[in-house]
Design a protein around this ligand. Sequence first.
Ligand SMILES: [Zn+2]
Length: 336
Amino acid sequence: MTESIKGAKKSFENDLKEANTKDTLEKLYIKYLSRKGLISVLMAKMAGLPAEVKPLAGEELNLLKAHIKKEIEAKKSSALFGPENLGEKIDITLPGIKPQEGHLHPITKTLNEINDIFISFGFEIAEGPEIEREFYNFEALNIPLEHPSRDAFDTFYIESDYLLRSHTSTVQIRIMEKRKPPIQAIMPGKVYRPDAVDASHSSMFHQVEGLMVDKGIKFSDLKGLLELFTKRMFGRNIKTRFRPSFFPFTEPSAEVDISCIICGGKGCRVCSHTGWLEILGAGMVNPRVFEAVGYSAKKLTGLAFGMGVERIAMLRYGIDDIRLFFENDIRFLEQF
Ligand SMILES: [Zn+2]
């Protein structure tokens, strides 16, 4: 009897090696474990055995039955995930599936380019909080209480003294408070204004401001610096023009235009047929700003400038609606 059991085990092991699919494993189950299967046949044979060998044979047979059941179940569960059941063979020489790759947002790209140009001029990058105190957003920048932009409509107030900064000039004050001149830094970051959102306005946008403070800094330094910047950013043939303007924190102040990058100055729809595009504001630091941070306005002069990153990105990429930047539409973002 023991020999028959051993034989059955051996034949099962061989069959198991061959059985690799759900179907063949099912057949194996029938062959060994069904009511007419090999185990049942052996059980029936056991009835005729002498009483003294019956228990041992019974134990061996039960062990074999449990073993067969376990092996078939184990192989069945692994075969379910095997390549045969997926109807394909694995070709290990095929290249893998490439994970989907993203890339930098056009605003980040433009911001990085602006930063890189000023870093190459020796500027450092300074950052500050987006939730600010009134002092940094207004008073220290010579924007008195009666100034129109202090009106609640132009600034997101949080509570009493706190607001969302409406420009990155706040960081100019913070860096001057902390350090002694010379200072040569740019301040990139997000700013917030409660403007009605349309093709050219967003309640959140990005600015890069710049500040240089030292003895003997002149308006010609400002002009030279910004001319060099616009040529690096928009191309060698770009012309620059400075128009007198007013900002509370600079004196004198100027709006800086570049010759239209679309029509080259001849006049087109983008430049409203003027040949010029306004790209930044600039000026010499107002002595009152120096007073607010405890600098000597007699010994020091400084230049400052600020630009909107969205505006520059729109001009460079020919985008006509600022909202496209923030809608997260993959079809738009994929183009950059
Ligand atoms: Zn034009």
